[in-house]
Design a protein around this ligand. Structure first.
Ligand code: MG
Length: 304
């Protein structure tokens, strides 16, 4: 029964899913699936297989999936900007890159204050064209999902790339390991995960939220939710501002008031999600070795 794919913890969750809609496995055989990004014009999903050093693509029209780009610079998080271009965090490349309409790949951020970035992890584009990304050390901690190296910066920051000048600024410097991030539908709030717990039991495994100022800075950071199953990683918001986030036992859904209202159970640990389909009512889920998808009774926040 598909109803077993869902766990309602609060009555508000019960109207967000169709009990007959299954969580479908679309592709498997990845080493570590991450970074789903939906392209409405081509009805395709691009995602990363980080250790395999490849980007994958799922075709919504045919249902076929296969390699899209290899090597990928050990790509991790991806997103699609307002012009329909792929923006990618590269562990191996230690940069944020953009794939142009002609297929060329350009670097958007490689260094801060003259020092190489650690290993950009996840990325979002605001409607004003600014690009916001996190830069923990997972891609340089070992040779598994990048190339092992010492951090030149010596810290893990959240950055913003200015849309007019391309200048890189630090917008948050008080994370242990900043990871997934996403804006609220009105872009007044920015949610950012801290997965510091991977580097010590006394470090956080939670999501914080900030007020986004008009000048591109953040203010009033506070804890939004502590993860109840493993770690949060990547996440996205729906039109009502609910947070659909990765966790060890599936996708957790939070009301904007901070209540965990329900879960979509997934058979593998989840790393990241994104909304897609022409109506943005299909949640794509990158989970360890596989790509899954499920149709929901809600629609993703409009980011394209
Ligand atoms: Mg991540």
């Amino acid at each position: 029964m598909a109803a077993q794919d869902y766990e309602t913890l609060d009555g508000r969750f019960s109207r967000l899913f169709n009990p007959t809609a299954h969580v479908h496995k679309l592709c498997t055989g990845c080493q570590w699936a991450e970074g789903p990004a939906y392209f409405p014009a081509s009805r395709g999903l691009v995602w990363s297989d980080i250790p395999a050093n490849r980007l994958m693509r799922y075709d919504e029209g045919t249902g076929h999936a296969g390699p899209f780009r290899q090597p990928s610079g050990n790509a991790n998080g991806n997103t699609v900007d307002r012009q329909g271009r792929l923006v990618t965090c590269e562990h191996g490349g230690r940069r944020v890159s953009r794939t142009e309409h002609d297929g060329s790949i350009v670097a958007l951020a490689e260094r801060y204050d003259g020092k190489r970035l650690n290993s950009p992890n996840d990325v979002v584009v605001k409607s004003d064209g600014s690009i916001w990304f996190t830069d923990p050390t997972y891609g340089i901690d070992s040779d598994y999902e990048g190339d092992r190296a010492e951090s030149e910066i010596g810290a893990s920051y959240v950055y913003r790339i200015d849309p007019a000048t391309g200048a890189l600024t630090v917008v948050a410097d008080d994370f242990v390991k900043p990871n997934g991030l996403a804006f609220s539908p009105d872009e007044r709030l920015l949610y950012v995960v801290d997965t510091g717990r991977t580097h010590g039991a006394h470090f956080p495994a939670h999501m914080r939220v900030f007020d986004v100022r008009d000048d591109g800075t953040l203010a009033n950071g506070r804890e939004f939710a502590a993860c109840t199953a493993g770690l949060f990683d990547g996440f996205r918001l729906d039109e009502a501002g609910r947070i659909w986030t990765s966790a060890a036992d599936g996708v957790h859904c939070y009301d904007p008031d901070g209540t965990l209202i329900g879960k979509v159970r997934v058979p593998e640990g989840v790393a990241n999600v994104c909304f897609g389909g022409p109506k943005r009512n299909r949640l794509y889920v990158c989970a360890t070795t596989s790509l899954y998808a499920v149709y929901l009774f809600t629609n993703g926040a409009r980011t394209f």
